[in-house]
Design a protein around this ligand. Sequence first.
Ligand SMILES: Nc1ncnc2c1ncn2[C@@H]1O[C@H](COP(=O)(O)OP(=O)(O)OP(=O)(O)O)[C@@H](O)[C@H]1O
Ligand SMILES: [Mg+2]
Length: 762
Amino acid sequence: MSSVDVELNTPQAEAVAHVNGPLLVFAGAGSGKTRVITYRVANLIAREGVAPYRILAVTFTNKAAGEMKHRLEGLAGADVVRDLWVGTFHATCARLLRRHGEAIGLQRNFLIYDTQDQKAVVTRALRELDLDERRYPPRSVLYQIHKEKQEGRGPDEMTAESYVDDAVIKVFRRYEAHMREANAVDFEDLIGHMVRLLERETEGDAIRRRFTHVLVDEFQDTNAMQYRLVRALVRDHQNVCVVGDDDQSIYRWRGADVRNIRYFRRDFPGATVVKLEQNYRSTGHIVRGALGVIAPSPHREPKELWTENEDGPPIEVLGCADERDEAAFVTRRILDAREQGTSLGEMAVFYRVHAQSRVLEEALRAANLPYQIVGGTKFYERAEVKDALAYLRLLINPRSDVDMLRIINTPARGIGTTTIDRLVAFAGSRSESLNDALECIDEARDIAAAAQKRLGGLRNLLAELRARTATDSPSDVLLETLERTGYREALRADNTAEADARLENLAELVGTIRDYETEAIAAGEKPTLEGFLERVSLQADIDAMRDEPRVTLMTVHGAKGLEFQHVFLTGMEEDMFPYKSMEDRGDEDMEEERRLAYVAITRARRHLLITHTSARQIFGKTRWGAPSRFIANLPREGVVHKQTRGAKSTPQRFIDRPDRDLQPMPWSRRTSGLAPASSGGGPARPAPSAPPGQRYVDREFFQDDHGGGESAAPIRRGSRVHHQRFGEGEVRSVVNAGEPAVIAFFPGWGEKKVLARFLRPA
Ligand SMILES: Nc1ncnc2c1ncn2[C@@H]1O[C@H](COP(=O)(O)OP(=O)(O)OP(=O)(O)O)[C@@H](O)[C@H]1O
Ligand SMILES: [Mg+2]
């Protein structure tokens, strides 16, 4: 362990040597926060004699967990690492709930529903409640439900302030009932159930006794429930170490609350606070560039960031004509860097939203450059893969209706939509899952005998396959399932190139399970279908982990905590980054964009290239972008500005239709102070907002005209109105006739200002 001492500076060493009691490490980017966590764990084991299985280290992503384990293997040895608890909040809770969840009514084989499954549950609830999906987009309703859950609220704790809330509460209640019925949980439940478990004395104490030391990385991005979980875990011994950087808080839209750093000081009054101010990651130019961008941010906790590293090459800012020009240039630079000996694994291309990746991907493919997209779930999104997983999940958990509905007639087995509807109604009338309903299908009088027989056949087949899970390996169960259900045969018979590709994907899935089996056995665990499926649902970027070095493409959000020798930061235009047009953005959103830019820049170790375009085709529209304000915040020294040849002349294809008058996005409204002044006490409810990955979907709509133009509707506060694009809403405030009124539309749209002539009474 002697190497530990020489590889740490004084405050780092102090944080590592601190053993008992609360500790807050508060520091800027690249100053060694994650390194402190890693070394602290090694120190607790090697010097303090703490058993590895008594230590829990929480990381922000699975990838970060993998890296931490890898570093610890070097410091403490592979044997030790196997017993440690290192993982994300979600993975850790899933693991603990499988062992202890029965105390709060959770069966061991519970399923973790991903966003698509969750959306399917919402859709079903909407249908049962006879609510129109166009008025209540399932995605938005789901988002609202998540928001409540992140704050620890259930449907009963919500107050209905409008009839929209009322609908959400009803859906929420059904949603929870369906989840319970299907023995499934969503990501928020993993945390929420765990908190509830910890709040029960007997079981809570057992879990508390299990961990004597808890460490949390990226603490600035924990949400209220996660923080509550941490406090409940360490209640008795307070041996908790959190590390964070308020300047890197970038998940507010997902409920993260940077104030947790302040609350920590309040809740653990005796806490030792260590500041780290020396950056070891980046060159002088990059550190100063990052500081220039973050400096205008008004609510920063005081701390410094400096480096002894050399200045390095200047930051380059490059103006391009359009996104193709940009992609071509980035590709050329990647080829150059590889030529000069940098591994592709040391290069990353960042963008603000996923949709920007397509053009970059095309350019990289054309240049034969291997790349990976981190954060995408491409492989697991494919229909045949989802079908196969649905079968597997159904074998483990027969009550999962979402999965049953997915495969009930896939491959086609003559079960039509009428039969399915009747089956759903039959199950509903008995308050049973579809699988339970299949057990007594002969009692379903309005289902024809022939259809009953086919349904019975499916039930028997599933039961037989289920029996195999007890004896066969997970990969064999999958192979057997694909054969016995006729899934593979149907694709073979199809005999098209597309069907071949699907067969390949299924083969790839079998391969993935085999890999999992090998790893599980090596770790001394029995491979199970549950284990595999858990991994799939928790590790979205599993298919991105291959051996060959590749260029990494990712959103800035995904890049948190990582570092690369070369960083290409693309799309630095107003409207793209900061995302969308300014006028209507709340200050808090803008601050978060700024912090995001800071995170992006501080990922670079040596080379940073920032690109912006004059025009960009994205989401099927052209945007004309001025260079981002964040570029203007870079210092003069150590930054060079250039243009590609194409950028000097605007290409003809953009001259036809400037598209500058973009409409505001619903999510930006929550802080824009549009609440009616006359609402009388209490802050206005924030409008629901969508996570960045989904924002652009809305944008499509907002770029259209407001339609309408019919006669003006009489609008008063509280009256219901209809808008051609946004559907129904409720008038929140009116200023003067002829001026826009503020209307609260249904979830997903939020509050907006609309002229009366575009409204009619609902
Ligand atoms: N005392 C040190 N001596 C040498 N290198 C160090 C030292 N401390 C940290 N480093 C290196 O600096 C880089 C940044 O460290 P680390 O990732 O732990 O920082 P961080 O504060 O967690 O960054 P971020 O804010 O991005 O999460 C790593 O490559 C790490 O190995
Ligand atoms: Mg870190």
